[in-house]
Each structure stands twice: as C-alpha cells, then as structure tokens.
Design a protein around this ligand. Sequence first.
Ligand SMILES: Cc1cc2nc3c(=O)[nH]c(=O)nc-3n(C[C@H](O)[C@H](O)[C@H](O)COP(=O)(O)OP(=O)(O)OC[C@H]3O[C@@H](n4cnc5c(N)ncnc54)[C@H](O)[C@@H]3O)c2cc1C
Length: 531
Amino acid sequence: MSAFDSLPKAELADDGGRPLEAQLLVTADPAPAIAQAVAEGYAVMPAGGLTSAIGAFAYAQDSISDFKGVVAVRPKQSPEPELAEPGTPLEKLKTNQIMIDPATATVSAGAGLTFSQVNAVLGHVVGPAARVLVDLTSIGSAMVGGVVASGSMGPLRLRPSASLAGVALAAGGAEAELLTGDDIHRAEGMQGWTGLVTAARLRYFETPLNEFGLVLPVQSGDTDALGDFLAYLHPWTKLDVPESGSSLIGAKDEATIVNGVELVTRSSLEQFILHAGGDSLKAKAQNLLQSCDYAGADWLACITGWSDHAVDDVLVMLLDEETETIGGVMIDFGVGFSSGSEMDAFRAIREGAPDLARTKARVTPPGQMKPWTTSSDINLVCLERDTTPLANALSSYQTYREAVAALGLEFEGRLKTEMTVYGHLNPHGLDPHHRVILTGAPEFKDDLAAAAKQVGKLKMALLRDLVRVANGFGAVINGGEKGAPSLVELMRALGGEAGLPSNLQSDLARARASIKNAPRAFSFRAPAELF
Ligand SMILES: Cc1cc2nc3c(=O)[nH]c(=O)nc-3n(C[C@H](O)[C@H](O)[C@H](O)COP(=O)(O)OP(=O)(O)OC[C@H]3O[C@@H](n4cnc5c(N)ncnc54)[C@H](O)[C@@H]3O)c2cc1C
C-alpha cells in the first residue's frame, strides 16, 4: 500500500467554503514528497493559506480519471520562522525557513510563511523601515507560495514579480527548480497548475518609516469627483521600484508614499459595528460612520501609505492649498490613524467590513439555499494623471450596481440580493471588487438560477465596458488579482482570445506555454482555454 493512501482527508475549505476534495500532506520539504506522489500516479494540488475565494481548488472528476487520487500538499508553517544557514540555495530552503542576504538586499522565504512574518524578520534583522513590496490585505493569512501562485496585488497594485528575484518550483523532480527572470511567470499567477512554489526570493526596500491611514468619506455616485480625486493622488502613488535594495522612490515625495485607497461602504461599516468585538474598536467604527453621515457620503476611502512624517503632516502635504481639499474631497470629516495600535484598529475595521461580506457569501442561512455569489476582479491602470478613464471606469461600475439593484427589485419577495463593494482604488490599478450575493428559500431554486444567470451576464457586460474604457481613453487592463483565471474570465467576456487587448493576448500565450510544459499531475485543474 502506498504511503499516500493512508493520508487523512483534507478537512479544509477555501475562503468561499468549498472543501478541498483531496488527501492532505503537510511538509516542510515538498519536492521529494511530490516526486514520489507523481511517480506513484497521484495528482497534486498545492494548498496555501486557503484565503482564495474563487473556488480555486475545484476540478472536474473526469480530469482525474487517470490518477490514483489527488494529494493536497500544504507547505509547513511556523509561528516563528526558522533562520536558514546563510548561502542555502533557494531550491533547498524549507517552507518554514527564511534567509536574508544584506549584500543583495534580498530575502528568501519558505512557501509556508506569511509576508507579515517576512516583514517582521526584516524589521528585526535589517531595520524597521525594511519591507517587501507585497501588501495584499490578507498579508497576515495568505502564504508566500499562495501569493506568488495567485499573482496577488494589494493597495500598491504591484504583482510579486515587480520585486521577485527567484522562485523555487517543485513539479515532480527530486529537487525544486529555480526560476529566475521571465521564467518566474511559469509560477506567478498560475494557481499551482504548473507546480508547487516551495520558496521565493524577493528584493526588499527601505520605505518611509511609519504606516498611516487616512479615512475620507466620499460619494459613490459622483464618479467625476472620484476620478478627480484619484487622478490627484497619481503622483504620490507612482513608484519607481529600484533594481536592487535601497530607498523606494516615490514620484512626488520620497518621504511619503501613498500605497492606495481601500474601500469600505457605509452599509458594510454598519454591519461591522453590529458584529465588532471590543468597545474601543466599535467606538472607532462608530466615529467613522458619523463622519459618513456628516458628509452625506456612502463610501469611505481609506488611504494607506508610509511616511517619515506624522499623519497630521501627511494630511497637510496631500492638501491642495487652493481648494483646501484632497483632489476635491473635503477633509473636514477625515479621520487619521498612525503606526502601532491605531493602525491595528484601522486595519481591523478596513478588513472586517469586507470579511463579513465573504462570510455571508459562504454561510447558508437557516431554511435557505446555499448563497450564490460572484465578485468582479479586473485591474485598470491609468498611465497618466488623467481623470477621464478613471471617471469612465467608475461610471461603468455605477451602471453595474444600478442594474443589479434593478434585478434585486425584480426578484423581491423571492430572493435577497446584496452587493458589497470593497477592494482597491488607485490610479495604478482601479479594482473595486463588487460582490453580489443571492439567497432564497429552496422553493425559489429556479428564481435563484435565473437571477444568477442574469448577474453573470451583467458582469460580463461590465468587463466588456471596462475594456472599452481602457481602449478608448488610454488606460491599460493588465488582468486581475487572480492571475491566469482573471485572464480566462476576461477572454470569455470578450467572446474569445481575439477580443483581448494585445498585452493580455501575450500573457495568455505565455500562460498556455507554461501549462503545455507542466506535468498533467498539476495542470489537470487548469481551464480548457489554456490547453
Ligand atoms: C481578508 C482577505 C483579504 C484579501 N485581500 C486580497 C488582496 O488585497 N489582494 C489579492 O490579490 N487577494 C486578496 N485576497 C485573496 C487571497 O488572499 C489571495 O489570492 C492570496 O494570494 C491567496 O493565498 P493563499 O496562500 O491563501 O492561497 P490559497 O487560497 O491556499 O490558494 C490559492 C491558489 O494558489 C494555489 N497555491 C497555494 N499555495 C501554492 C503553492 N505553494 N504553490 C503553488 N500553488 C499554490 C492553490 O492551489 C490555489 O489554486 C484576500 C482574501 C481575504 C480572505
């Protein structure tokens, strides 16, 4: 009997609640275990922090008919990363190990660590301003391997490859293979369909010392004003990523870098207050709700960044002296947060609100069907400081929201239709995720199916509209936060490969080549469009 037969069933589920249909192996040294599994005829499914919400672990039963079964391989984690011997090759790094090389200003991190752990070690060893440029909002729960495999982006809107110096990929050989340069794309954004990332090497940088958060109430329907606001922030959000470690260079002011703007809607803030634990957090959230009410606003724009200055000085620095606004947005009801416990509270509120929406999307309410849900994910980049593409893109989202609201009215009494908006506003990557959740009692099964189909069509229309905006107004769509799956979704919306913008056609060709060269034991989960 094979050792893999006796592995326990993976009693794990992704962020969308979908269980991993596999047996589970947790190991600090995945390459030899994978080689053995592949040799014995098993398919392999890498698993990370399980924070991905796209049914990332789904596969068709007939795609595994040639295999003995599916083994989910999860890199071993550690509460405290272990320091590896200096000079350890990346391919030999254990998944819970870390190694810093000040000479090249790089950090090598095992796939089982989180980037919060990586930054904490950098803080101790190099200094408090040393950071990697991975800032996705799940930085404390997603794993290094999962982030690279998803090609994820945070408020900075930079993919890991912007500062990746190497990736170790285990795909059935006795040792992991070292990928550098363009080959990194064989792993980044490929969702584990080409192998398991065992470790990654990233350049680290000296950033301005303090983190800050600045919350400004804004009106979602005023898309021109929001476009002006984002275009105004363009110079602070534009980064030059230096070739080797040193100070990160912001286009406007090295001492202050705006990472981006995260959205929290008034309604999700209300929900957060209902469920928040801890009086002080609740009070802070209530304070923000009051700001919304005083400003007559329905969204909160949570500006995040790093600065050598105090948050009050950052506010003054961002202020347009003539209008006494930040790009047209009034600061009278703004609330500032600075490093330490203040920032923890800021993050808890900023992340807590969308997190509740994700929970709602996966929990079946008593007497109801399992919720149906879909979320938008497309990254539109504005190369110049220009309001027009930003305002037009935001207007496309506004049209989508209105159409979904109209659909909600059509099915009222039979289905509950909810939409949560969260995600990222940044001139270098506008991606305000719009999550729609449909729920209803079992007798309205047909209605749920019909409404889901209509939302699907509306979402496809939104994607087409965003591509039209990008093509018409000099912006660029560079895919979405989910790497290859975002690319495939766009391709479906645009009626095939020929409809994709040329940069995405190249990305698609590259993804296809990677899948073609990957062992079937990994690529069995990839969509048909990539073969
Ligand atoms: C609160 C919250 C906030 C989030 N914020 C963001 C955000 O700001 N930006 C963003 O882009 N996403 C965000 N996400 C989504 C998610 O965190 C990211 O996609 C993340 O990169 C997934 O990492 P993971 O380790 O959880 O991977 P998992 O969810 O475990 O896996 C995701 C995919 O990667 C594959 N995989 C996992 N580990 C490996 C490995 N070692 N080698 C090869 N393949 C692997 C899996 O097979 C799967 O296909 C958020 C999610 C949550 C819950």
